[in-house]
Write a protein that binds this ligand. Structure first.
Ligand code: NAD
Ligand code: IPM
Ligand code: MN
Length: 348
């Protein structure tokens, strides 16, 4: 029987609350199968920083990298906490993991499940995937400032885009579109960001010739936000840069029934490093500790994890259980009640 080594990082705020339910569902779906998950918890995040001053040590990173996959809740302390003034948990932990483990595909599916209530009056069918570049762009931390705190401060944040980095994520997006509805939309801002945008466009056009069955479309990111709201059915696979992908996927979460449903995978397709699965949302300090968080995003992230590991049957069972749960929702439930209901459906 197969043993999967899973690193679990519950994190901060609602992270531990939603991860508890995700693990509950993972245990339920694997209870009767011949695969078992050997879980190692890692105490990381703002809480760990406050206790020890560490964000992610080399030892932590090496230990995590020795696993087959990673499940993460969310990290980030309470905004304005003075004790976190010199910490940057997001950069030092989350982005460090994505960069060091070469998670160049940040996969963020958006689907409007029957019964989910979004803000759109007539949403139509919504079923698209954002392939967000995960290791480059404005996220690389290549910036700096001078004359800090003065009226003449200059602050720079450089977006780094390499042909190698863009091509590999674009190729992944095309291959995904080929398996789906054969439509790929590049989202960028080529009218203003001419250097990076121009390279993305040229690379998409070049790779397109290898995928003649895939129809290619381009939208500026501002216009893309319009269509995500007015005509989300037009999208199948969206490929975009790290920052645009971050923004678009919170919007995509909102139009498909709320950020509490939006799952993601930080994928290293080459398999050189473990991939990491996490909800799109953050640590939600405003509702932390109150059992108000929807754990569905974390549970659907487990489905992505199972799928990534080739456990497609288990993945489908989790997705179906979530679908059924969403279709039969009425009234307010706690985080644990939603997790219990989905875990029960998975075993049925
Ligand atoms: P957030 O996603 O944590 O919260 C935005 C809003 O969505 C809040 O009103 C919150 O209550 C709500 N929300 C989020 N998840 C929900 C859920 N599962 N169910 C119901 N409602 C939910 O975004 P933010 O407030 O901008 O960030 C809070 C902290 O989280 C910051 O420190 C930020 O850096 C961090 N963050 C971490 C991650 C991550 O670890 N992957 C992702 C995003 C933000
Ligand atoms: C996300 C988050 C992160 C990002 C932050 C917390 C670094 O917003 O996973 O969407 O911007 O990628
Ligand atoms: Mn985000």
């Amino acid at each position: 029987s197969r043993v999967v080594k899973l690193a679990v990082i519950p994190g901060d705020g609602i992270g531990p609350e939603v991860v508890a339910e995700a693990v509950k569902v993972l245990d339920a779906v694997t209870a009767a199968s011949d695969v078992s998950f050997e879980k190692t918890p890692f105490s990381l995040g703002a809480g760990r920083f406050l206790e020890t001053g560490d964000t992610l040590t080399d030892d932590d990173l090496a230990a995590i990298a020795a696993h087959d996959a990673i499940l993460l809740g969310a990290v980030g302390g309470v905004p304005g906490d003075p004790r976190l003034k010199d910490a940057n948990i997001e950069r030092g932990l989350l982005l460090k993991l994505r960069f060091e483990l070469d998670h160049y595909v940040n996969l963020r599916p958006s689907k409007l499940y029957p019964g989910a209530t979004g803000p759109l009056a007539e949403p139509g069918e919504i079923d698209f995937v954002v392939v967000r570049e995960g290791t480059e762009g404005p996220y690389v931390g290549n910036g700096g400032s001078i004359r800090r705190g003065t009226a003449h401060e200059v602050a720079n944040e450089t977006s780094v885009n390499t042909a190698y980095g863009v091509e590999r994520v674009v190729r992944y997006a095309f291959a995904l579109a080929e398996r789906r509805r054969q439509k790929l939309t590049l989202v960028h801002k080529t009218n203003v960001l001419v250097h990076a945008g121009g390279m993305w466009k040229r690379i998409v056009d070049a790779v397109a010739s290898e995928f003649p069955g895939v129809a290619v479309d381009y939208l500026h990111v501002d216009a893309a936000t319009i269509f995500l709201v007015t005509n989300p059915s037009r999208f199948d696979v969206i490929v975009t840069d790290n920052l645009f992908g971050d923004i678009l996927t919170d919007l995509a979460g909102a139009v498909t029934g709320g950020i509490g449903l939006a799952a993601s995978g930080n994928i290293n397709p080459d398999g050189a490093f473990p991939s990491m699965f996490e909800p799109v949302h953050g640590s939600a300090p405003d509702i932390a500790g109150s059992q108000k968080a929807d754990p569905t995003a974390a549970i659907l992230s487990v489905a992505l994890l199972l799928d990534h590991l080739g456990l497609t049957d288990e993945a489908a069972r989790v997705t179906r259980a979530v679908e059924d749960d969403i279709a039969s929702r009425d009234g307010v439930r706690t985080t644990a009640q939603i997790g219990d209901a989905i875990a029960e459906r998975v075993q049925a």
